[in-house]
Write a protein that binds this ligand. Structure first.
Ligand SMILES: [Zn+2]
Length: 370
C-alpha cells in the first residue's frame, strides 16, 4: 500500500475574502532517486474528465509499489470550474483579462550563455539541480512581484512551481467535441506509444504559454545549448498534454483506460515498480505545424459529419452548413470538404457558427506511429 497525504494550496482570494484553494494529493515513493511526477487536471473549466482519470489513478496507486513521488492536483482551476452560464461551463478564459487559462505559464529559461558559463564546472547532476533551482526561484520571484500579478498569472505560477519540482509533468485536458489526442515533445516520441491515445501531435522546441511547454521548454533549450557546446545532455524533464475526449463529460470506465495508459508510461520510466503493457492500437502522428484549423467559410447552422479520430479521405465532407434563410436557393445547404486526406481530431461544440469560426482541427501529413 502506498502512503498518501492531502494538503491544500492557496492560489487566490475572491472579493468576499473567500480563499481559492486547490486539493493536492501526494503519494510518496520509496526510491529518492526515482523520477518524480506532477499531474494536474481541469485547468479549463469544462474539461472535467481528467479529474476522473486522477481519481482512478489514485485508486490504483494505493495498491502499487511506488518508486517515485507522484503529486496530483484535480480541480486545478477553482474560478474556471465554477464559471457557469446557464447549463454550460465557460472557464476557458480568465473572465477579467480574456486570456486563455492555459496560456498564462511563463518561460523561465535563463540567458543560457551566461547561465551555462557560470555552472559548467558542476557535475551534470549538480548542474541539473541548479537549473531546477533557477526555475523555482523565478516562479517565487514573479509571484512576489511588488507590482502584483494577475489572477490568472498567480494561478499559473502556483501550478508551475509544483510542476518544476517534477521530472515528469502531465496536464490533463479535453477538446470540445474530440477524440483523444496527445501533445508530445518531439524528443519523447517513444512515450506516445505507451499512452492509450490514438492521435499524437509532435511539438517543436518552442514556447507558447501552455503548461507542458513551460515544463519541457527550458530543459529542451538547455539540452540544445549543451549539445552546441559539445555536451550530450538530453532534456531532463518530459511533459505532455493529454486531451482525454470531449468536455462536459465524466466517464469512469473510460478513465480506467487512460489510467492504464498513464501507468504503462510511468512503469516504463521506473516511477512505478513492475511492468504494464501498453494498449495495442493504431496510433497516428503529425508535426504540430501540420495540425491545422479549418474555419467556417460562411455563417450558419452546422451538421458535423466527420467523426473525430476517423481518417477522412480528400473530398469527403467534414460538415454540412444549413441556411434556412436561403431556402429555395442553391446555398440553402452546403457541404464543406478539404482537398487532402486528414484526420479530424476535434470540432466546435455548438451547432451554430459565425463565418470564420474554428470549425474543425485536423491532422494533415499523417504518419502511423510504429
Ligand atoms: Zn484544455
Amino acid at each position: 500500500m502506498s502512503r498518501w497525504q492531502k494538503f491544500t494550496v492557496k492560489v487566490g482570494e475572491l472579493a468576499t475574502g473567500h480563499e481559492l484553494t486547490l486539493p493536492v494529493f501526494r503519494f510518496e515513493g520509496r526510491d529518492p532517486a526515482a523520477p518524480s511526477v506532477y499531474i494536474q487536471a481541469n485547468v479549463h473549466g469544462a474539461e472535467v474528465q481528467g479529474n476522473a482519470v486522477i481519481f482512478q489513478l489514485m485508486k490504483r496507486l494505493e495498491q502499487l509499489d511506488l518508486l517515485g513521488r507522484i503529486t496530483l492536483v484535480p480541480l486545478a482551476n477553482p474560478l474556471g470550474i465554477n464559471q457557469k452560464s446557464g447549463e454550460f461551463t465557460l472557464g476557458r478564459f480568465d473572465p477579467i483579462t480574456g486570456v486563455n487559462w492555459n496560456r498564462e505559464y511563463q518561460d523561465l529559461t535563463p540567458e543560457l550563455p551566461q547561465w551555462f558559463d557560470a555552472h559548467r564546472h558542476l557535475e551534470p547532476a549538480a548542474m541539473l539541480q541548479a537549473y531546477r533551482q533557477h526555475l523555482l526561484a523565478q516562479c517565487e520571484r514573479q509571484l512576489a512581484s511588488p507590482w502584483g500579478v494577475t489572477t490568472g498569472r498567480r494561478l499559473a505560477l502556483s501550478l508551475q512551481a509544483m510542476a518544476h519540482r517534477a521530472d515528469i509533468v502531465l496536464d490533463l485536458h479535453t477538446g470540445p467535441k474530440s477524440c483523444k489526442h496527445l501533445y508530445c515533445p518531439g524528443y519523447a516520441k517513444d512515450a506516445a506509444r505507451l499512452f492509450a491515445i490514438p492521435c499524437v501531435l509532435l511539438m517543436p522546441n518552442e514556447f507558447g504559454g501552455a503548461m507542458d511547454e513551460a515544463a519541457f521548454y527550458p530543459w529542451w533549450q538547455l539540452a540544445q545549448y549543451a549539445s552546441n557546446q559539445g555536451m550530450d545532455m538530453p532534456p531532463a524533464v518530459e511533459a505532455f498534454t493529454l486531451e482525454l475526449g470531449s468536455q462536459e463529460r465524466i466517464d469512469l470506465q473510460d478513465a480506467q483506460q487512460d489510467c492504464d495508459g498513464i501507468l504503462a508510461y510511468l512503469t516504463s520510466r521506473c516511477v512505478v515498480n513492475g511492468s504494464m503493457a501498453a494498449k495495442t492500437m493504431t496510433r497516428y502522428a503529425c508535426e504540430l505545424r501540420d495540425y491545422r484549423k479549418y474555419h467556417s467559410p460562411v455563417g450558419g447552422l452546422v451538421e458535423y459529419l466527420a467523426t473525430p479520430g476517423h481518417p477522412l479521405p480528400a473530398g469527403e465532407p467534414l460538415a454540412r452548413i444549413l441556411r434556412p434563410d436561403r431556402f429555395g436557393h442553391q446555398d440553402e445547404q452546403r457541404l464543406l470538404c478539404l482537398d487532402e486526406d486528414v484526420i479530424p481530431v476535434l470540432h466546435f461544440a455548438s451547432a451554430s457558427v459565425y463565418q470564420g469560426t474554428e470549425l474543425y482541427k485536423v491532422m494533415t501529413r499523417v504518419t502511423q506511429l510504429t
